[in-house]
Design a protein around this ligand. Structure first.
Ligand code: PGA
Length: 252
């Protein structure tokens, strides 16, 4: 069975409330009935509830950009998995490179966040990727191996059945530099092979792996044509309804 392409729009810490709601409504109009591609948007926490209301019964899912590992308690500013679920989210980003580099989420915390998301029945989008220094030092695969082993070793195939993986070379995020389709395909094939070693080939064959890093309408089709690229995680270009819609259409 083929893997349904999945396109995520990571809005990061952008847009005021009005602009975010306009974008959600605009996406609903453009993509609300698109079939054969899964679209997910990841607005900021305060916008999750109203965005999920606007996108209810559309083909667009809503996810959070992060979660806190604790269920409740004195964790000022923390947002729990259950809170995220209760406002209508189905997905959550785990281990985005900005969480890792700006907020200090290390491999251990990323693995715990993954467990918490799975226990709450949220679909995690687990993000992995190497920095420019790591790529230049020839460490791409060892970094990915470390990130994958740490996150996935603790989980059974049943637990991670619905997980989505996102490969985002950090040097391509927000920089305008994109991996070429061939560069990205090489890494995606390696990732699928490594996951196969950890969780079996049947699991690896159905796992969807998004590519992320300066994906835009002009480069999406070439990337999405690659056999092991099953979608995209889009930052900047997801803030504009037409460009996000074009990327979704390119995946169809
Ligand atoms: P970008 O961000 O598309 O702006 O490079 C991608 C991401 O961080 O998920």
């Amino acid at each position: 069975m083929g893997r349904t392409p999945t396109i995520g729009g990571n809005w990061k810490m952008h847009l005021d409330f009005e602009a975010a709601m306009t974008l959600a409504s605009d996406l609903r109009n453009r993509l609300g009935s698109v079939r054969g591609v899964e679209s997910i948007v990841f607005p900021s926490f305060p916008y999750l509830r109203p965005a999920s209301q606007r996108l209810r019964e559309s083909a667009i899912a809503v996810g959070a950009q992060d979660l806190h590992v604790e269920a409740q308690g004195a964790f000022t500013s923390g947002v729990s998995a259950e809170m995220i679920r209760s406002v209508g989210c189905t997905h959550v980003l785990i281990g985005h490179s900005e969480r890792r580099s700006v907020f200090g989420d290390d491999d251990g915390l990323v693995s715990r966040k993954l467990s918490v998301a799975l226990e709450a029945d949220l679909i995690p989008v687990l993000c992995i990727g190497e920095s420019l220094a790591e790529r230049e030092a020839g460490q791409t695969f060892s970094v990915l191996e470390r990130q994958l082993n740490s996150a996935l070793r603790a989980h059974t195939t049943g637990a991670v059945a619905r997980m989505i993986l996102a490969y985002e070379p950090v040097w391509a995020i927000g920089t305008g530099l994109t991996a070429t389709p061939e560069q990205a395909q090489e890494v995606h094939a390696w990732v699928r092979g490594h996951v196969s070693g950890l969780l079996g080939s049947e699991y690896a064959e159905q796992l969807r792996i998004q590519y992320g890093g300066s994906v835009k309408p002009s480069n999406a089709a070439g990337l999405l044509l690659q056999p092991d690229i099953d979608g995209a995680l889009v930052g900047g270009a997801s803030l504009n309804a037409e460009s996000f819609a074009e990327i979704v259409r390119a995946a169809r």
